[in-house]
Design a protein around this ligand. Structure first.
Ligand SMILES: Cc1ncc(COP(=O)(O)O)c(C=O)c1O
Length: 366
């Protein structure tokens, strides 16, 4: 069986250190927003090259907190891509705002700038691109469209830990998490950087947002018993921070391994029944998605050969039951192609050369 992702194997080297540190922590009883949490915030901010980082309970909350920090009027419009995980849209509603959908680029997983340009209006208060599959959205292009308009740029980085902002054409590259107003990361176990439970983190270069989000994630409080805002209970616990501090040390290595696997898929999958999609230059391949018109046939062949697969995602946002009523008048052709034809191949950094060859041979033989 070729597993889609084997987290146990991925972290095996770290288990002893993690368990020792957790044992120590249990003795100390420093469980929520403790020293390890501050250390992780510091490490992650340095990793991204941003001025500030604020951890929280999960990626959905990270987005919700970021949107709440903007203090926008109720029902303000937020532009999001039509193909993303449901959480991007949920966070907009959670923050009392309204999403408007923008199609993705043809055969690309990120927001289409041509459609975005058409959809920006006087009502638009936030643009929220998603670096889906680890492929970075064209942030510089979006900034150009924003120009002098009072529109905030928040990026959903849940799938792009460690990617570079490819849209900046400087020699000294900047990491995702350091180039927009606020960046939001999920640290869900299966992410490129994942905890052993729910976790999330927000980065920003803006001190005002930093101070506000620190309060918002902790019931509106920075000091015990002093509550200045209506906040959320969305804090990271120290056990998760211990795990994340250890795993962050290996993130670059594991991302490099993902890129090697993706390069082989890019170069060696050759079958007229399969369409490949285009990823950004520094993509960290959280997922590697291919398109097949006859997806059922591909599924059958992979299953027969004991190769696990996934879907990211089988429905675009407009197709989700909960959102149908909001978007039923519109079509999002490119996003809907990803939903209908997309299939995610294993991209576990520990796949062997032989396993990758077998996956490629199986697909090419379809
Ligand atoms: C693109 C995207 N946004 C947001 C989230 C939400 O993160 P979480 O599951 O940590 O709440 C995810 C996680 O799956 C995601 O992939």
């Amino acid at each position: 069986m070729i597993k889609f992702l084997d987290l146990y194997k991925q972290d095996k080297l770290l288990h002893n250190v993690i368990l020792k540190k957790i044992k120590k922590l249990i003795k100390k009883g420093d469980f929520i927003l403790g020293k390890e949490v501050s250390l992780f915030e510091n490490n992650f901010k340095k990793f991204c090259g941003s001025n500030y980082a604020i951890s929280c309970a999960n990626g959905t909350d990270a987005l919700t907190l970021a949107l709440k920090a903007l203090d926008l009027p109720k029902n303000s419009e937020v532009l999001i891509p039509a193909m993303t995980y449901c959480s991007t849209a949920f966070s907009v509603f959670n923050a009392g705002l309204r999403p408007k959908l923008v199609d993705t680029e043809f055969l690309k997983p990120t927001i289409c700038l041509k459609d975005l340009k058409k959809k920006i209006s006087k009502k638009t208060k936030v643009i929220l691109p998603v670096h889906l599959y680890g492929s970075t959205a064209n942030l510089s292009g979006i900034k150009k469209l924003i120009g002098k308009k009072k529109i905030f740029l928040i990026d959903d980085c849940a799938q792009a830990h460690g990617a570079y902002d490819d849209s900046i054409k400087l020699k000294l590259k900047k990491k995702i998490g350091s180039t927009t107003d606020i960046s939001c990361f999920s640290l869900y176990p299966g992410k490129n950087l994942g905890a052993y439970g729910d976790a999330g983190i927000i980065t920003t270069n803006n001190k005002k947002f930093y101070n506000k989000i620190r309060k918002l994630r902790n019931l509106g409080s920075e000091k015990k018993f002093i509550h200045d805002l209506v906040g959320m209970n969305s804090r990271l616990d120290s056990i998760q921070a211990i795990i994340l501090n250890e795993k962050l040390k290996r993130l670059n290595l594991l991302n490099a391994k993902r890129k090697i696997i993706a390069k082989r898929y890019n170069d060696e999958i050759q079958n007229s029944k399969i369409r490949k999609i285009n990823y950004s230059d520094s993509c960290v391949y959280h997922q590697y998605v291919i398109l097949a018109k006859d997806r059922n046939k591909l599924i059958k062949i992979l299953s027969k050969n004991n190769i696990q697969y996934g879907f990211h995602y089988p429905y675009s946002i407009n197709q989700l039951n909960v959102f149908k009523k909001y978007f039923k008048k519109n079509k999002y052709d490119n996003a809907e192609i990803l939903a209908k034809e997309g299939l995610s191949l294993p991209i576990d950094p520990n796949l062997t050369y032989k396993q990758i060859s077998f996956i490629i041979k199986t697909i090419n033989g379809m």
